[in-house]
Design a binder for this molecule. Structure first.
Ligand SMILES: Nc1ncnc2c1ncn2[C@@H]1O[C@H](COP(=O)(O)OP(=O)(O)OP(=O)(O)O)[C@@H](O)[C@H]1O
Length: 519
């Protein structure tokens, strides 16, 4: 086949794509496949400039976790130089600037540094959209002719991504006309919530949809699956994004403090209340209040919360005055709230009020294909934190992560990778400066024998969170019992004196003692 014919064959489908409404990911993947036909590359990537970082949108020949990474431009001089260059440029093999993909190019032999590297910024009018990068593992693979091909191709690529943006904008405006909620769906949510699996894409769409409204959202899911991140995403995509997001962990506060924490108090409301204090509801006025672990809220406070939700008015503890607040409420729990309602531990009316829009965050075992993506995100953070030049997973480690029966917990994956990073760094300790080191995490650095072994719980069961939540509650109760016992002993069993020392009022202390079964 002649060179020209080859060029045309690669480019024709892209020209046809310009007017087609393709999913963004597919459009980008087709772009890279076309470029692969034209250049003798080992790895190609399309990166989009988002704030201070370049975020991979599609890659070929790079390890799967690359897609989850964010390359902060300041930390990667080659990318910075490419962004500033007027056209395509090629780095000589002895360039002192480290290649961002060192150690990330898919190859059976680890640690293979990139030796020939070209790149070109994609510009639309005067705005830089991102970069195309092309790498080879041996020096001298590319020639001057390849640089020209890349520069010409980059112009078509820029047109393609513009087409994607235009088609997307068009779709968005059509949707905007349908409903306001649909419009929000199109505007997307913060990218911090990683995941490309079907369930995560569906969750993101739901987040965008509900964020537009002022509906109360109940976020459910097992421990550590990302419920708080979902709450942050809802707030960030909502019209209240510029106003505060105030978070309260209901499990972390003793019953006596929850009320004043939520609604505030006035001076003298209880011993220790030396001044007026705003509660979290008032702090969140105009914004969003996120009540985490709502299943732990004591029944007495549930009634007060319900009153605020019904009337939009709250009273500080010890005050008759009513304050009107404009707060959008998000709540989360890892408990089975309907079961709590049946057991009489949670008010049915409050449950219905809170679960106007339920969002379920799926456990990791329902989104296997996100594991490497999440791993990439966490590894990039670890790499930055440790000041390493590269931090990669060996093929064995990738396979082990993929094989592992992840129970549900993203936090567990995050901690696994932090531990593995330290182990790999220790195992491969060299005299090389951190900024020059590429560390490979092998399967021997991952501690994947027993899922959840470090938590001491049977995380492979479908509802591990119940065990964890009860343990936390029990631990809080045990701590409170010990504290009250000691204080009461010190005051010869006198309630009023003990209450004064603890900074709570006498009636509250009596209630707490009753709840804890202490006489
Ligand atoms: N989709 C995701 N993308 C990136 N990071 C995630 C994702 N999901 C969870 N994480 C990370 O995992 C950790 C646990 O997430 P988070 O605290 O939101 O979970 P949770 O369900 O609220 O936990 P808990 O039940 O303990 O309150 C956090 O460090 C969070 O950043």
């Amino acid at each position: 086949m002649t060179r020209h014919r080859q060029l045309l064959d690669a480019l024709f489908p892209l020209v046809a794509d310009l007017t087609r409404a393709l999913p963004e990911q597919e459009r980008y993947a087709r772009l890279l496949q076309a470029l692969q036909q034209l250049l003798p590359a080992d790895a190609i990537a399309l990166l989009r400039l988002e704030g201070d970082a370049l975020v991979p949108q599609a890659t070929l020949g790079l390890s799967a976790d690359t897609l989850g990474r964010r390359f902060v431009v300041e930390a990667h001089p080659r990318l910075r130089v490419l962004l500033a260059a007027p056209g395509a440029m090629r780095f000589p093999p002895d360039s002192p600037l480290p290649d961002p993909y060192d150690g990330l190019v898919d190859h059976p032999a680890p640690h293979l540094d990139v030796h020939d590297c070209m790149g070109c910024a994609l510009r639309l009018e005067r705005t830089t959209w991102g970069l195309l990068t092309v790498d080879a593992l041996d020096a001298g693979r590319f020639a001057a002719e390849h640089l020209e091909v890349l520069e010409a191709f980059a112009q078509l690529a820029a047109a393609t991504v513009t087409a994607a943006a235009r088609i997307e904008a068009l779709t968005r405006s059509v949707q905007q006309e349908r409903t306001r909620a649909d419009a929000l769906l199109a505007s997307g949510v913060p990218r911090t919530l990683l995941g490309q699996s079907g369930v995560m894409q569906a969750l993101r769409e739901e987040i965008a949809l509900v964020a537009a409204s002022d509906l109360t959202v109940l976020i459910t899911g097992e421990t550590g699956v990302g419920k708080e991140l979902v709450a942050q995403s809802v707030h960030a995509a909502s019209p209240r994004a510029a106003r505060p997001l105030v978070t309260v962990n209901c499990a972390a506060l003793p019953e006596t403090l929850v009320e004043s924490e939520l609604f505030g108090h006035v001076r003298g409301a209880f011993s220790g209340a030396v001044g007026d204090r705003r509660g979290k509801f008032e702090m969140a006025d105009g914004g969003t209040l996120f009540l985490d672990e709502i299943g732990e809220l004591p029944l007495g406070i549930q009634a007060k919360l319900l009153r605020v939700l019904q009337g939009g008015q709250l009273q500080r503890v010890g005050s008759d005055r009513e304050h009107r607040v404009d707060v959008r409420l998000l709540t989360a729990t890892n408990r089975d709230l309907p079961a709590e309602v049946r057991a009489g531990r949670f008010r049915a009316d409050l449950y219905h009020r809170l679960s106007v829009y339920p969002l379920r965050v799926p456990p990791l075992r329902e989104r296997d294909q996100d594991i490497l993506l999440l791993a990439g995100g966490f590894l990039e953070e670890n790499r930055r934190r440790m000041g390493l030049r590269g931090l990669r997973l060996t093929a064995g480690a990738r396979a082990a992560l993929g094989r592992h029966a992840w129970p549900g917990n993203v936090r567990e994956l995050e901690h696994q990778l932090s531990r593995a990073t330290l182990k790999a760094m220790q195992r491969q300790a060299t005299a090389t400066a951190a900024g020059q080191r590429i560390v490979s995490i092998g399967d021997e650095d991952l501690d994947l024998a027993t899922p959840g072994a470090d938590l001491g719980i049977a995380t492979a069961t479908p509802a591990p969170e119940v065990t964890t939540a009860i343990t936390l509650r029990e631990a809080t109760d045990a701590f409170q019992r010990q504290l009250l016992d000691r204080t009461l002993r010190r005051h010869g069993g006198k309630l009023a004196a003990a209450a004064a020392e603890l900074g709570v009022d006498r009636a509250n202390l009596a209630r707490l003692l009753r709840r804890l079964g202490m006489r």
